[in-house]
Design a protein around this ligand. Structure first.
Ligand code: GLU
Length: 339
């Protein structure tokens, strides 16, 4: 983790740059529908203007990176974000960054940024579950909380965080757990890392002193081809064959239970691993850790255990490893332990 030299001058407000990417937080209702809305309509400045007093917490800058629903989040926007954040921190243009984002894939973007932004200054992702035009829109309060967290000196050294509904989550564990509720984000293995209210930001413990696992920002989009294979009862190897037929360099198994799957799929995955495709066993369960060499023998199969990473985040870690030229199975397993 690279140390950053600047500190906020006494009496000065922290400088926070808001990078807007779209999502429901920037969504507006459709005129002729009670429930319909379109994500990614309001601009970064609209979002700031909707939060009275935000300029009393921090000196703000806003940059529009994209304006899309996060179901359409993609490698190019990730690279644009990573380069912009690097530029902001390297040039000491801000003390923290807030990224506004749709909630569907916010955990993936958070995980990606956590693994490519080396600065110890905070990056805070924020979204909302209700569009900006809804009754009780949650976006303005969430944005205020996110700016509070990014502006707080205790946020340094914690990597990338996700803030919604008064709760601060770490990038590794955070996940969306309810389709529509404002209380949707959980950190099932470790719990939230803190809470925020109108008056204060409270972290559950000190920032870790362990260095964070980070990679160089990949040179170009798309990132290396890694597919997720979702396991279910009555499964055959079709999904694995399909992934390999389309040139996958890595496959993540969203396995049943402790990262398991049907025998024909295990055989196909092991054959692929022995031909040099990186195969990671994760789980569709949503919490817990996939235990190496327990129900399945990874040493014999040539596979990697995702440990506590869910399938979507396992895919991103594998892409970063591949784009950094790391393909040795033992080193890949080590990275999953360190992530
Ligand atoms: N699908 C949209 C998105 O992720 C709406 C979900 C949201 O932002 O809450 O951008």
């Amino acid at each position: 983790m690279a140390a950053s030299s600047s500190t906020v001058a006494p009496g000065a407000l922290p400088r926070i740059t808001i990078l807007a990417t779209g999502g429901t937080i920037a969504g507006k209702a459709n005129a002729n529908s009670a429930v319909g809305y379109t994500a990614g309509q309001a601009t970064a400045q609209d979002l700031i203007d909707a939060v009275p007093g935000l300029d009393k917490i921090a000196t703000l800058q806003a940059v529009q990176i994209s304006n899309i629903g996060s179901q359409d989040m993609n490698d190019q926007v990730w690279l644009d974000l990573a380069h912009k954040i690097d530029e902001i921190f390297a040039g000491d243009q801000a003390d923290g960054v807030v990224v506004t984002h749709g909630t569907d894939t916010i955990e993936e973007t958070a995980f990606f940024l956590d693994h490519v932004v080396a600065s110890d200054k905070p990056v805070v992702l924020v979204g909302s579950m209700r569009p900006s035009t809804a009754l009780s829109a949650d976006g303005p309060a969430n944005l205020r909380s996110a700016v509070q967290v990014a502006a707080d000196s205790q946020a340094r050294g914690r990597g990338t965080m996700v803030v919604l509904n008064d709760t601060i989550h770490g990038a590794k564990d955070v996940t969306k757990s309810n389709t529509t509720s404002v209380q949707t984000f959980t950190s099932p293995n470790s719990g939230p890392i803190g809470h925020v209210d109108a008056a204060a930001v409270q972290f559950a413990g000190p920032a870790t002193t362990q260095p964070r696992l980070t990679f160089p920002v990949p040179g170009k989009a798309p990132l290396p081809h890694v597919d997720i294979v979702y396991s279910h009862a009555g499964m055959d190897a079709t999904q694995v064959d399909d992934a390999l037929g389309h040139g996958a360099l890595g496959i993540v198994l969203a396995g049943v239970g402790d990262g398991n799957t049907a025998k024909p799929v295990v055989d196909a995955l092991s054959a692929a691993a022995k031909r040099g495709v990186l195969v990671v066993r994760s789980s569709r369960v949503g919490s817990g850790s996939v235990v190496r060499n327990a129900e399945l023998n990874d040493d014999e199969l040539g596979t990697v255990s995702a440990l506590g990473l869910n399938p979507a985040k396992s895919r991103i870690l594998l892409q970063l490893l591949l784009s950094d030229g790391i393909t040795d199975v033992a080193k890949v397993q080590q990275a999953f332990g360190d992530s």
